[in-house]
Design a protein around this ligand. Structure first.
Ligand code: GRF
Length: 203
């Protein structure tokens, strides 16, 4: 499966996917890394891995959908049939979600449905939860919703600051995302009544 990864920044999750995809038995090939921001670290990571990159600055477009049509054209030109958002910081429109329906996944740094949106680590500390974590899910119209493919939990420890928690969650993200991408790329998930069914043999 040819996968396009959409990023906006640092790209540490992208790096985890690149590392996984470098293994010969991995069921996905990263065919394109697309960023809406030029010059970000994730683009350098892709280049270092020998993966083609594209920069599509959203500001060059009159509206979200025309931006997304260009993104889609680039992804399709690269032969991508599956798209993974990894720190992609733009909300996508219903048009994009419909076009890539059930072929578009995202990682979010909380145990959804808790804490959709931004600043999840601060909010988790504020709420006093004892477990926090990350979620990989199919993208739907509502931000940070959609059928859940996998989750990983980490403890919230006494004295944690948002940066501590963020680092602990990020380590979990780097394990979770390649695992979830494997399941989707290998066709080992299906969606029934907006819930993900993991086929026999899947983790
Ligand atoms: C991650 O925490 C991801 O879950 C969130 O944004 C962050 C991106 O980090 N959506 P990176 O660019 O993958 O390093």
């Amino acid at each position: 499966t040819r996968v396009g990864v959409m990023i906006s920044g640092r790209g540490s999750n992208l790096q985890a996917l690149l590392d996984a995809a470098a293994r010969p038995d991995y069921p996905a090939e990263i065919a394109l890394v697309l960023s809406n921001v030029a010059g970000v670290q994730g683009l350098a990571r892709a280049k270092a891995a020998g993966v083609p990159t594209a920069v599509v600055p959203h500001r060059d477009f009159a509206d979200r959908e025309s931006f997304e049509r260009e993104v889609t054209a680039r992804l399709e030109a690269a032969g991508c049939t599956l798209v993974a958002q990894a720190g992609f910081m733009r909300v996508v429109t219903p048009w994009f979600v419909a076009h890539w329906r059930d072929r578009l996944i995202n990682i979010h740094p909380s145990l959804l449905p808790a804490f959709p949106g931004l600043h999840t680590h601060e909010r988790a500390l504020q709420a006093g939860v004892r477990l926090h974590g990350c979620t990989v899910h199919f993208v739907r119209d509502e931000v940070d919703q959609g059928p859940i493919i996998g989750q990983a939990a980490v403890p919230v420890l006494p004295g944690d600051h948002p940066d501590d928690l963020s680092a602990r969650v990020l380590t979990a993200e780097h394990l979770l995302y390649p695992r979830c991408l494997t399941l989707v790329a290998a066709g080992r998930t299906r969606i029934e009544a907006e819930r993900v069914i993991h086929d026999a043999g899947a983790a």
